[in-house]
Design a protein around this ligand. Structure first.
Ligand code: FAD
Length: 294
């Protein structure tokens, strides 16, 4: 099928893009990497009257570091391509969780074109960046007709393809706090074939000391209508009780039950990857890179 007719605009500034969205209301949508939106248009799942292309707005791209009252922040522009996020020197040094997640996102062609802002705005519950945002305690920076606002990832992802974005708003950046010297992290994902969406995944952060793990944030994906922080499992793991943490997942995750993968299978796989990530965060084994290059 072909996409229905639509008008196209390529503004050169964020203000111009916001003005177009305000003028055309719900008939206009932002176009980022197009890796999900164009498919939806071609399948006629979406029929906007106007695409507002964000690709010519320089202020939406790039990775930078800034200080803040609460410590350093790595700011990633919304239009930064998946590949450029995960390969940026600053990200590899400060946010290795994101670098580890990158190879699991689809295939190279999609990673070269798709954007972190598009992924976060779409909020597919089986995808990597939203879970990384949640695990890392990131904030989603949003601009609309009013002032800029920052939405913690904990509040941003509200359901299946549903976020805290209001009509006419654009995700402009994602801000990640820089982890401290005692920070640890882990990433695991299981999918049917490499490049497929996750059957189940886990992005995790925390701190490690002689006393064990603390401040754990275990963000599971592919196991509910949004990425989920498994708080009870984190508490059990901090108490040194892996079996208790794995058992707690039954009450915290709500895996989809579909003909190819039963909910019970996903829950079992979630327990398996929690065990692997816990071992790595405790220092039992090094985190490996993803299964292929970027
Ligand atoms: P677009 O497709 O351009 O836009 C997606 C939606 O977000 C649209 O509704 C658009 O209006 C909105 N939007 C985009 N940017 C903004 C913004 N800055 N502010 C507000 N709204 C915005 N992704 C994964 O994470 N993991 C995978 O394993 C994976 N596998 C894939 C496999 C295939 C075969 C394909 C085609 C895609 C796959 N994807 C996967 C999706 C891919 O990563 C997309 O790039 C991503 O979901 C959307 O990013 P985009 O930049 O292409 O956004």
């Amino acid at each position: 099928m072909k996409a229905p007719d639509f008008a196209y605009a390529r503004p050169a500034s964020l203000d111009a893009a916001l003005a177009l969205l305000a003028e055309h209301g719900e008939d206009a949508v932002p176009l980022a990497g197009g890796q999900s939106l164009v498919t939806a248009l071609n399948m006629r799942l979406s029929a906007p009257g106007l695409l507002v292309d964000l690709n010519a707005i320089p202020e939406l791209t790039g990775v930078s570091e800034a200080g803040g009252e609460a410590g350093g922040i790595v700011r990633i522009g919304a239009m930064t391509r998946h590949r450029d996020v995960g390969t940026a020197a600053l990200v590899r040094e400060r946010l290795p969780l994101l670098a580890a997640a990158l190879p699991h996102i689809a295939h190279p062609a999609i990673r070269n074109r798709g954007t972190i802002g598009g992924s976060v705005a779409l909020a597919d519950p089986a995808t990597e960046w939203p879970a990384c945002c949640l695990a890392a305690g990131a904030s989603i920076v949003v601009r609309g007709p009013g002032a800029e606002r920052r939405v913690p990832a904990d509040n941003f992802f509200q359901g299946l393809y549903t976020t805290a974005l209001e009509p006419g708003e654009i995700v402009t950046a994602i801000e990640f706090p820089v982890p401290g010297a005692d920070a640890v992290w882990g990433f695991e994902e299981l999918s049917r074939r490499h490049g497929d969406y996750a059957l189940v995944g886990l992005a995790a952060t925390g701190r490690r000391s002689a006393g064990g793990l603390s401040d754990l944030r275990l963000a599971f994906f592919g196991v509910a209508d949004r990425p989920v922080l498994a708080r009870d499992a984190a508490a059990a793991l901090e108490a040194g009780d892996l079996a208790g943490a794995q058992a707690a997942l039954a009450g915290e995750l709500d895996p989809p039950d579909d003909p190819t993968t039963k909910a019970a299978t996903r829950l079992h796989l979630a327990r398996v990857i929690l065990g692997r990530v816990a071992a790595r965060m405790r220092g039992g084994s090094a985190q490996e890179d993803g299964p292929d290059g970027v």
